[in-house]
Design a protein around this ligand. Structure first.
Ligand SMILES: Cc1cc2nc3c(=O)[nH]c(=O)nc-3n(C[C@H](O)[C@H](O)[C@H](O)COP(=O)(O)OP(=O)(O)OC[C@H]3O[C@@H](n4cnc5c(N)ncnc54)[C@H](O)[C@@H]3O)c2cc1C
Length: 106
């Protein structure tokens, strides 16, 4: 994530009388992870742009793989993650059809 979408960015284009609609749309997008989702800016800004420590390959994009990859990138490694499934997250999966996270269900 490189830019956070904030409600006040739309102040010029959404009339004040529609602020309730803006709240509703913004909260929907936020709560379902359609916006402002990813590595927080505070962490991303600390990852070196040019890796200097060599390369690493991590097998599995579960929580362990994602956290270890982020840590290795913070240390300056270039990391390739190999995942056998079509999605990241491993045993943790967030369903977007409701406000729930299905820990350990897969
Ligand atoms: C029923 C259940 C309920 C749980 N509830 C909770 C909870 O409430 N709170 C909590 O904190 N934890 C919970 N956990 C535990 C939590 O889900 C796991 O500890 C955590 O997700 C493990 O993360 P991981 O990255 O180690 O492994 P995984 O999530 O298993 O990720 C491993 C990844 O590696 C991939 N992979 C494996 N082999 C290969 C290969 N050869 N090549 C390529 N990719 C490969 C897999 O596809 C997977 O994506 C629960 C677990 C279960 C089973």
């Amino acid at each position: 994530m490189s830019i956070s979408v904030m409600k006040d960015m739309f102040g010029d284009v959404i009339p004040k009388r529609d602020s309730g609609l803006l709240d509703c749309a913004y909260n929907y997008l936020l709560s379902y992870g359609y916006i402002n989702f990813g590595v927080a800016l505070a962490i991303k800004s600390r990852i070196p742009i040019e890796p200097s420590k060599g390369r690493a390959i991590f097998i599995g994009a579960g929580l362990l793989g994602l956290v270890a990859t982020m840590q290795l990138m913070l240390f300056g490694f270039e990391v390739i993650v190999l995942e056998g499934r079509k999605r990241a997250g491993g045993r943790v999966c967030t369903k977007k059809d409701g406000r729930r996270e299905q820990g350990g269900s897969y």
